[in-house]
Design a protein around this ligand. Structure first.
Ligand code: AMP
Length: 252
């Protein structure tokens, strides 16, 4: 795998790939089987696959959450190499924001709901960095997980609104055996919290209504940001200690 850390190096390399189809998998690292399912699909559907790892500071609304976000570039590089990803784009934060984040992409409908209501500025940071990455990497197609369903809707909306020449593909949520959606943040759960966390997907998939699920989660010791039915799905965000988990399922 070719690891590219400088924007100018990527831009020079990109010119040599003009006649190839390129699949792109943007990530924040600490990779798991969910990320790898996106890479596997990209490999099937494109000549070349590029992954990026960038823990984007502008999409964290709390400094501590950014600091404590798990990171392990060495393990990630080994995993991407084992999965035959062709290129890893691994930029540093100051390279991605030469403007000091004075230029931003905002959306003012979908981004105000659910996650947006609980994480002010999160979606503006996310959309801004995804636009930068799409402009730099110039992929034919890009792959996003349904796990971050509101993010996926916003990226599709941005690509359509700004006429970006890229196809956006949605990939289903990969789960652990007990149903918990794979997430980099799961690594921070204590063994007891990890066991408890499985109640969250179980209740989301149950026949209970949103209010009943909320009450049940609270009685089990979760802090609940929201459980909401929207876009033919049931979406939720909860915390165990300071670890925030999000998930969604097709509405039953
Ligand atoms: P992240 O590194 O958490 O920003 O995620 C990078 C990409 O992987 C996003 O498109 C996520 O939606 C996707 N992703 C994260 N977790 C999963 C999962 N459990 N199953 C499928 N895709 C996922």
């Amino acid at each position: 795998m070719n690891i590219v850390t400088k924007i100018s190096d990527w831009q020079a390399l990109r010119k040599t790939l003009a006649n190839k189809t390129i699949g792109f998998v943007p990530t924040m690292g600490y990779l798991h089987a969910g990320h790898m399912s996106l890479c596997a699909r990209s490999r099937q559907e494109n000549d070349l696959t590029v992954a990026s790892i960038f823990v984007n500071p502008t999409q964290f609304n709390q400094a501590e959450d950014f600091q404590s976000y798990p990171r392990n570039n060495e393990a990630d590089i080994a995993l991407l190499t084992a999965h035959q990803v062709d290129y890893l784009f691994l930029p540093e934060a100051d390279m991605m924001y030469p403007d000091g984040y004075e230029v931003r992409v905002t959306e003012d409908q979908v981004s105000q709901l659910l996650e947006g209501a609980h994480r002010p500025g999160h979606f503006t940071g996310m959309l801004t960095v995804v636009l930068k990455l799409l402009n730099l990497l110039q992929p034919t197609q890009a792959y996003f997980g349904e796990k971050d369903y509101q993010q996926l809707l916003l990226i599709r909306k941005m690509v359509s609104a700004l006429f970006l020449p890229v196809k956006i593909n949605a990939c289903e949520t990969m789960r652990a055996a007990d149903g918990l959606a794979l997430s980099s943040r799961n690594a921070r759960l204590t063994p007891a919290q990890r066991l408890q966390a499985a109640h969250f997907p179980r209740l989301l998939q149950s026949e209970l209504n949103a209010a009943q699920i909320t009450a049940e989660l609270i009685s089990l010791g979760f802090k609940v940001d929201y459980i909401m039915d929207q876009w033919q799905r049931r979406l939720g965000a909860v915390s165990l200690g300071d670890i925030r988990l999000i998930d969604n399922v097709v509405r039953v």
